[in-house]
Design a protein around this ligand. Structure first.
Ligand code: ATP
Length: 526
């Protein structure tokens, strides 16, 4: 949990740390990588699984009480990634899941038109400079350097609002001359594949990788009602991979072409949809805060009327202040009031009745749906952003606690910088590290290994005997391990160990026989 006002960490610093410490690697790296795809390393996998499990526990197994204190009923699902293509016709994805894009004829780059902005010069002829959202500063420098003009006199315009007659004087973000950007065109974001070993690549064999997990829920809604004795209102949740052929994948794992989502469809009586919409927006924002995300870095953004899908009556995003959006915010989760659009579409297209009968009154309704849809991989980026901390600590871990520092700042005399990932203990990829004080004393090593093998029955635990204790602490700080346990000569005498807490760096002696219980009492859940 953050107490001081922190300066945002750059994406470059985060990406480097993630690679160096085994959180996230570029996909297919030894073959030169593949744009828009990432591989989760050993620690990233643990972190992502912990976030997924926290969501599942707090949404499915033990959801919060409803607005009137009632118990909520939410069940889980794991539907196939490839579904009957008719699903995507009915949902509107085949015809409507498009992003407008612009190509650059010179650099061969392709941009989402709604992510492009243009610095328009005050005169009608001068060159205008296009830039991607978040890269305005670089574009302003270009104006100074190339046009030798004052960028403050230029007007920022969204690219889709630029007249087509002005295209010839716009220089693309990666171009060296103006006039190479095309007009925005629609681009379908679904990945195609072909079914059957002997199949040709004809239309009749075409299928799609799902671009969201939500439709798998709608097409199983009737199965769930028929088998699970759920009563309206209830939810169906699932976590899994989604694929979008994003035009401009970027900002690390913020926007990738393969990612994971955590989605829940809340089915309710149409008369109560408004109440549930407000409840879920509030609940979801608070959930991210419950994971240790500072509320100052979170905000609720209600969509404007012209942003809403035609069937949706309200939609709000939970936004986070990422390092690369600061001081602005970017989407983390969307909570949409979808009305009965999806069930109506699937009912009509499949010919299967999807109405729900309220037993007490005999009333038949097509439930309305509130959908909290968040990105699991994007959530990992939030956790990494939020956890990343640099601090000044007295050299050699002598006296005094850590002093907050801004990323990249120089340590004052007598101090050194430590990088520490302040993950909430529940999310930390490694929970405990065990060290023998010296690696060349068999009795210390033996006892440390004994304690290590006991603790690893409960948690992911590291064992490290290499180098000075201070260096071993730093290694664990950098991956966010909440507790380090050292076995020293006193341990051999009185069977106690030193436990050092990550954030305060405070040390206490704990009887080895009570270690696991002590750690649990400090918030390490099983
Ligand atoms: P955007 O407008 O940024 O493309 P969206 O509003 O289409 O996103 P949704 O369809 O509402 O996104 O998806 C729900 C969540 O899934 C998003 O809030 C985000 O966390 C995650 N998500 C969507 N697209 C991507 C992606 N390409 N990479 C990583 N996460 C994504």
């Amino acid at each position: 949990m953050q107490t001081e006002e922190k300066h945002p960490v750059s994406l470059e610093t985060l990406t480097t740390l993630c690679k160096r410490r085994g959180f996230i690697f570029q996909s297919s790296e030894i073959y030169g990588g593949l744009n828009g795809f990432w591989d989760f390393g050993p620690l990233g996998t643990e972190l992502k699984n912990n976030l997924r499990d926290a969501w599942w526990r707090d949404m499915v197994r033990n959801p919060p009480p409803g607005p009137d204190g009632e118990m909520l009923d939410i069940v889980g699902l794991d539907s196939a990634i490839i579904q009957n293509p008719d699903v995507w016709k009915a949902s509107g994805h085949l015809s409507g899941f498009n992003d407008p894009m612009a190509d650059c004829k010179q650099s061969k780059s392709r941009y989402r038109a709604d992510h492009l902005f243009v610095l328009m010069p005050p005169d009608a002829e001068g060159t205008a400079y296009a830039f991607l959202e978040g890269e305005e500063n670089a574009a302003r420098k270009k104006v100074q350097r190339k046009a030798k003009a004052d960028p403050d006199r230029y007007e920022v315009k969204p690219f889709p609002e630029v007249a087509s007659t002005d295209l010839s004087r716009i220089q693309g973000p990666d171009a060296t001359e103006p006039g190479t950007l095309t007009e925005p065109r629609q681009f379908n974001l679904m990945f195609k594949t072909f079914i059957g070993a002997l199949s040709g690549e004809g239309d009749e064999n075409t299928a799609y990788l799902r671009p969201e997990t939500a439709q798998g829920i709608f097409i199983n809604y009737k199965n769930v009602i028929d088998t699970m004795r759920v009563k309206l209102p209830f939810g169906i949740a699932q976590v899994g991979k989604s694929f979008r052929n994003e035009v401009t994948p970027r900002n690390f794992i913020f926007r990738s072409r393969e990612f994971e989502q955590m989605e829940m469809e809340w089915f309710c009586h149409p008369d109560e949809a408004e109440k549930w919409y407000n409840f879920w927006v509030e609940t979801r924002l608070n959930w991210w805060a419950s994971l240790g995300v500072d509320l100052r870095n979170l905000r609720r953004r209600e969509h404007d009327e012209d942003e809403l899908a035609h069937y949706s009556t309200a939609c709000a995003d939970v936004e986070y202040q990422y390092g690369f959006t600061a001081p602005g915010f970017g989407e983390l989760e969307g909570i949409a009031h979808r009305g009965n659009f999806d069930l109506t579409q699937h009912q009509e297209s499949s010919g299967t009745k999807l109405e729900y009968m309220i037993q007490e009154t005999g009333e038949r309704v097509l439930p309305h749906v509130i959908e909290p849809a968040s990105g699991l991989t994007r959530g990992v980026l939030v956790l990494l952003n939020e956890a990343y901390t640099e601090e000044f600590v007295p050299k050699g871990d002598t006296e005094g606690g850590p002093i907050p520092a801004n990323p990249g700042a120089q340590a004052p005399e007598g101090y050194e910088t430590r990088t520490v990932m302040k993950f909430a203990p529940r999310l930390a990829p490694v929970k405990v590290a065990v060290f023998p004080l010296l690696k060349n004393r068999p009795e210390l090593v033996e006892k440390a290994k004994e304690i290590h093998s006991e603790l690893r029955k409960i948690w992911p635990v590291n064992y490290d005997q290499a180098g000075a204790i201070g260096r071993r602490y730093r290694r664990q700080d950098e991956i966010g391990t909440p507790y380090c346990v050292t076995i020293d000569f006193d341990s051999l005498e009185d069977n106690t160990v030193t436990v050092r807490e990550r954030d305060s760096m405070e040390q206490v002696r704990v009887p080895a026989s009570e270690l696991a219980t002590w750690l649990m009492s400090k918030g390490l859940s099983v």
